[in-house]
Design a protein around this ligand. Structure first.
Ligand code: ATP
Ligand code: MG
Length: 716
């Protein structure tokens, strides 16, 4: 028993021992929240003799769940593997396999990822002849997701919406989308969260069963739950109230995806008589890193105040390096990593974080040039590649023939001469006779197809029916191989004139077969449905196998919950981080600042921030200045390098409008200081006084030396 409480401070211990009733562990970064959660589960199993299946633990990624499971197995043995664990999505998907029939879906329903949903919306908008310029498929997808995250169903949408002239159109598309999903026997990511609640509402007996199914519910990263997830937790814990959530309002970074920071801020009001435990000692970072991070996040107004302290040494200062271009920035980072490697650090001790995925390209190049091993988390995902999506579409149709999005993807892929017109006729027939597209394939004649097309449709259908029957006897891996072979999908790339693209595709397909094999090995009795579900729910971080000694590159969002000895945060420039659009709204700016806080607090020993003087964006050189966030770090925590005053003085100002300059200096005074954080407050230096402020009356000509609010002094 004692080992369960080893290496925990008194507050952490209390958090582990408080098992009954609502508990909020509210604490800053690196204070041991996740550690406490794992110990608590161990304590429930070992001391309270709770049956593993009766504990439900929710994590933010599948990878985090996997790690938790491994730690528990390590502490307590294989029994611990039986704890119910996963993300909201994977837990709900499991639940829905059993219960979705109550809402008219079969257990084989398909899970649509973002790209599938978008495709469906596009098709619908096309067939509904929606061509309003201001209504894009992407915008529509965002709208639908937004509604769903707030639990607003199509029937209610019009009532609660701000009336805008497109409102009715949008709701009509939303409605059609939802209907089509049902016809396709498919759910999107948001449905996975909503459907269980609808089942609870309609079938109270199912809810009761679920309330008795788990004795303890534990949730990590609670600050990033959305409204629907909150309602799910509330419903499930209503009987026993044993809900323990851990989180940090300062690390809420998914507001743009519907996360509701109020869930954590209002915990006390929602769950009766909660215990609240604050953890204040940070075990992860040096004192300097912690001080810098705390100072930054304190600038936010919408937060609960908390203190974080550490016994760690001060450590080294945070480096803020300014490079000339993004190319130079990448060179600087790669060189630093190489030096660290010589000094004895492993590659895997390094993480490079950035605001947007596009920033990874330059970094990759610099690392490649030095033969430094690296892994990119996110970016172009393996499972997003065309050939992988294609083969998955085959498998999906075989499991769930109603899935029209997938069916349309493969019906003429490889080419079988089933053209657009034939497909449209089949779709029309399906719609008019209330059949699925798959069912319509059985009536090519009635659908008005010519005799050649009829023949082709028939042979496609019989091939698929044959494959479906084969699935019953084959193992998962053999099934995948068989589909690749029989469908002709693979052989279309096995041509004589081997080109690189075809070889890549074949390699990827082979890799896919391997992944099926691996899945089969790790999951006894795994079915094709299980495999597809797992693939649909993979997050970026889940695809990262961190066994290799490699530098890891990822967005700041993906880095949540992780830690590394050395962290680089690149692209710390005004307009990139914080993003330009976030600067207009206080709320969004605060979320960007929290993201910066998350980034800094990933670092254990060293934190290096980089920015550039000009960056190539959309094919154009953009002059850049350091992010205002960098100025929120106390100067004694920071060491600046690469800021060459000389260089910045006489450089060209790229593509500046005259108005920018005039507006900045009307009246010849220095620019007015705006609300904190909204613009970088430029430090006044000796140079400034020697600059002629621009008189508003004078016109600016090419070659003039000017002083600009944002870009500083330079020649036009
Ligand atoms: P985040 O907010 O980033 O999710 P967290 O609060 O979940 O962080 P953990 O990841 O659990 O924090 O812990 C941070 C680090 O501190 C880990 O390396 C963990 O092993 C270590 N740690 C936590 N508590 C203690 C302790 N009492 N003694 C020694 N190390 C600890
Ligand atoms: Mg954590």
């Amino acid at each position: 028993m004692t080992h369960l409480l080893d290496n925990l401070n008194p507050r952490q211990r209390e958090a582990v021992l408080t098992t009954d009733g609502p508990l909020l562990i509210f604490a800053g970064a690196g204070s041991g929240k996740t550690r406490v959660l794992v110990r608590k589960i161990a304590y429930l199993l070992e001391q309270k003799k709770t049956v593993p299946e009766r504990i439900l633990a929710v994590t933010f990624t599948n990878k985090a769940a996997g790690e938790m499971r491994e730690r528990l197995i390590h502490m307590l043995g294989p029994e611990a593997a039986r704890v119910s664990m996963g993300t909201f999505h994977s837990i709900n998907a499991r639940f829905l396999r059993k219960e979705a029939h109550r809402l008219g879906y079969t257990r084989d329903f398909t899970i649509y990822d973002a790209a599938d949903s978008l495709q469906l919306i596009r098709d619908l908008m096309h067939s509904m002849a929606v061509n309003a310029v201001s209504l894009t498929a992407n915008g529509m997808k965002y709208f639908i997701s937004d509604c769903k995250q707030q639990m607003i169903l199509p029937d209610q949408a019009l009532k609660v919406m701000r009336s805008d002239f497109l409102a009715e159109k949008k709701v009509a598309i939303y409605k059609a989308y939802q209907q089509q999903l049902k016809t396709n026997n498919a759910m999107d990511f948001d449905d996975l969260l909503i459907m269980p609640l609808l089942i609870f509402e309609k079938f109270p007996e199912v809810l009761t069963l679920m309330q008795y199914r788990y004795d303890y519910i534990l949730v990590d990263e609670y600050q990033d739950t959305n409204r629907v997830q909150f309602l799910f937790l509330k419903a499930l814990s209503e009987k026993h109230h044993n809900i323990c959530v851990v989180g940090d309002d300062d690390q809420s970074i998914y507001g743009w995806r519907g996360a509701d920071i109020r869930n954590i801020l209002d915990f006390e009001e929602t769950f009766p008589n909660p215990t609240i435990i604050k953890l204040e000692q940070n075990y992860r970072s040096t004192a300097t890193i912690l001080k810098a991070a705390s100072a930054v996040v304190k600038k936010n107004r919408n937060r609960k105040d908390k203190t974080l302290w550490t016994e760690s040494d001060k450590g080294e200062k945070i480096i803020l390096h300014q490079a000339e271009t993004d190319h130079d920035e990448a060179e600087y980072i790669a060189n630093t990593i190489r030096e660290n490697h010589f000094r004895g650090f492993r590659y895997r001790d390094h993480a490079i974080l950035y605001r947007t995925n596009a920033q990874s390209r330059q970094l990759e190049e610099a690392l490649l040039n030095r033969q430094i091993r690296y892994i990119i988390v996110g970016g172009t995902r393996f499972y997003d590649r065309k050939e992988i999506k294609d083969i998955m579409a085959y498998l999906r149709v075989l499991v769930n023939p109603s899935d029209a999005v997938s069916l349309k993807r493969i019906i003429n892929n490889p080419t079988r001469g089933i053209g657009k017109t034939s497909l449209e006729r089949l779709e029309d027939f399906a719609e008019e006779t209330h059949r699925t597209l798959w069912e319509a394939l059985q009536y090519p004649e009635e659908a008005g197809l010519g005799s050649a097309a009829r023949h082709r449709v028939k042979s496609f259908l019989s091939m698929m029916v044959h494959l479906r029957s084969r699935l019953e006897t084959l193992t998962l891996t053999d099934a995948v191989k068989e589909v690749l072979r029989v469908s002709g999908y693979q052989s279309q790339y096995e041509t004589d004139d081997k080109n690189n693209e075809n070889e890549d595709r074949l390699e990827n397909l082979e890799e896919f077969v391997n992944s099926a094999g691996e899945f089969e090995q790790n999951n006894e009795g795994a079915t094709l449905e299980d495999f597809l579900q797992e693939l649909s729910l993979l997050t970026d971080v889940d695809q990262w196998e961190d066994a290799a000694d490699a530098v890891v590159l990822m967005t700041l969002h993906s880095a949540k919950g992780l830690e590394f000895p050395i962290v680089f945060i690149s692209g710390l420039e005004d307009g990139l981080f914080p993003l330009e659009r976030a600067k207009e709204k206080e709320e969004e700016l605060e979320e960007e600042r929290r993201l910066f806080y998350v980034g800094i607090t990933r670092a254990m020993k060293h934190c290096v921030l980089t920015c550039v003087r000009r960056r190539l964006r959309y094919g154009q050189w953009m002059p850049s200045i350091a992010s205002p966030f960098t100025q929120e770090i106390p100067p004694d925590c920071l060491e600046k390098t690469g800021f060459e005053k000389q260089k910045s003085r006489d450089r060209f100002l790229f593509g500046l409008g005259e108005r920018d300059i005039e507006r900045s200096f009307v009246g010849g005074s220095s620019p007015p200081k705006r609300k904190s954080g909204s613009t970088p407050s430029r430090k006044k230096t000796a140079n400034d006084s020697s600059t002629l402020p621009l008189a508003s009356s004078r016109r600016i000509r090419v070659g003039d030396t000017v002083n600009h609010k944002v870009y500083g002094r330079g020649k036009v």
